[in-house]
Write a protein that binds this ligand. Structure first.
Ligand SMILES: Cc1cc2nc3c(=O)[nH]c(=O)nc-3n(C[C@H](O)[C@H](O)[C@H](O)COP(=O)(O)OP(=O)(O)OC[C@H]3O[C@@H](n4cnc5c(N)ncnc54)[C@H](O)[C@@H]3O)c2cc1C
Length: 384
């Protein structure tokens, strides 16, 4: 089989990349290990304005079901009280704060478009066994004996990229020495589409409004503060009631609690010959700002812009070198910004606490700066 580009992995990043490349008239073959297993994971994503524009560009945004517009983001330091608040609201700034969508609904619409797209071939239950990169093109042999020749291979395999491992490419890690707990709750008192972030000594707790009476929760807990007894199904609801002064009335768990170790990383390189890394295959950040997927979409936008503007011929080895250099800087920068926020809010002494409270209180009155912060978040934390 022949194609312009092979995409390995059909998560949201792989599928979105395929649709974007198809719009640029490229012929694509997607190789996916196990679509059914991948579809079973349903995550709740916060989506920035830049990511929304991208989804509009590939014509999936208006069909994605149950998208919730965020009307405000409320950040608290240690205690859920007006004194410790920094807020960003759509009403005050006249700017969109962001959106909440579930991965199953995004995947459904991406898949529908891929099935109709004649330039995209989808091979499921298949893995790459051999890659031969002869500089002119790339040849792949799969474990199902399919032979494919293409100009490039994009690895969109997520955090456990086997291609990266086989090429001996390493990650540069940030160990946050924390656990993350992800689950959904139903609650009695409506959330008015507001997102909340409470920076506790144990780590940040995020509340993403999935609907007026449900939140997706991401609780980060430092290892030294993590005690399974306090963060199990029996005690987690009491923990949430306590930290919010019972502001949401009766609450109940509406999903299982998923616990995982929090690690951020950047691939030491985003390009090896004609193989490129995109999305979680190349980077991962702290979940405190819900940026993971948004950064992957920024990668795709850069690839699309390269196809539209590059002065190199498509077959040239250096065609995507600019992408690899620029996104490595952009994503490393994003990872460092989030790490800095996490470190600042983790300080445990009184002086640091007073400085942070004073800074938040000052910032609360500075509408111009707050609008700049919203703009930066909506640009997926990129300064470019
Ligand atoms: C619990 C949790 C909550 C999150 N919340 C948010 C959030 O609120 N906002 C946000 O922006 N981001 C969030 N993220 C990050 C976000 O999930 C990732 O950034 C995003 O899913 C990356 O997408 P991806 O397509 O690169 O990788 P993945 O979603 O991991 O997809 C990889 C795909 O590749 C396939 N694959 C893997 N290996 C192979 C192989 N060898 N051969 C073929 N196929 C293969 C897999 O089956 C899968 O289909 C969260 C992450 C986690 C874990």
């Amino acid at each position: 089989m022949n194609a312009d580009i092979i995409i390995v992995g059909s998560g949201i990043v792989g599928m979105s990349l395929a649709l974007s490349l198809s719009k640029e008239n490229k012929k694509i073959i997607i190789i996916e290990k196990n679509l059914n297993a991948s579809k079973k994971i349903n995550r709740v994503y916060s989506i920035s304005e830049k990511t929304k524009f991208f989804f509009e560009d590939i014509d999936v945004w208006r069909s994605i079901k149950e998208v919730n517009n965020i009307d405000g983001m409320f950040i608290y330091y240690r205690k859920y009280s007006e004194k410790n608040l920094l807020s960003f609201t759509k009403k005050e700034s006249n700017k969109n704060i962001g959106y909440i969508a579930q991965s199953k609904n995004i995947v459904q619409e991406l898949m529908k478009k891929i099935e109709k797209d004649e330039k995209i071939t989808f091979i499921d239950n298949c893995e790459v066994e051999l890659i031969e990169d002869n500089k002119k093109n790339i040849k792949v042999l799969t474990n199902t004996d399919v032979k494919i020749t293409a100009s490039y291979l994009f690895s969109c395999e997520g955090s456990k990229s086997s291609i990266k491992r086989s090429l001996g490419i390493k990650n540069i890690y940030d160990d946050y020495a924390s656990q993350a707990l992800v689950f959904n709750i139903a609650h009695e008192i409506p959330n008015k589409n507001k997102a909340y972030q409470i920076f506790l000594e144990s780590g940040p707790v995020a509340f993403l409004p999935v609907s007026s009476n449900s939140f997706s929760m991401v609780i980060s807990v430092k290892n030294e503060k993590y005690d399974e007894k306090n963060f199990c199904e029996d005690s987690i609801l009491k923990f949430i009631k306590d930290i919010t002064n019972n502001s949401f009335g009766k609450i109940s768990l509406s999903s299982k609690i998923n616990t995982f170790k929090l690690i951020g990383y950047d691939s030491e390189t985003y390009k090896s010959g004609k193989v490129l890394f995109v999305g979680d295959s190349a980077h991962s950040v702290h979940p405190l700002a819900g940026m993971g997927l948004n950064l992957g979409i920024s990668d795709i936008i850069e690839i699309r812009d390269t196809l539209q503007k590059s002065s190199y011929k498509f077959e040239n080895q250096n065609f995507f070198s600019g992408y690899a250099r620029k996104q490595k800087i952009v994503n490393k920068n994003a990872r460092q910004q989030l790490k800095l926020i996490e470190i600042l809010y983790s300080f445990e002494n009184k002086l640091a606490g007073s400085v942070i409270r004073a800074a938040m209180s000052n910032l609360q009155g500075m509408q111009y700066i707050k609008e700049k912060i919203i703009k930066h978040a909506n640009n997926n934390l990129s300064f470019f």
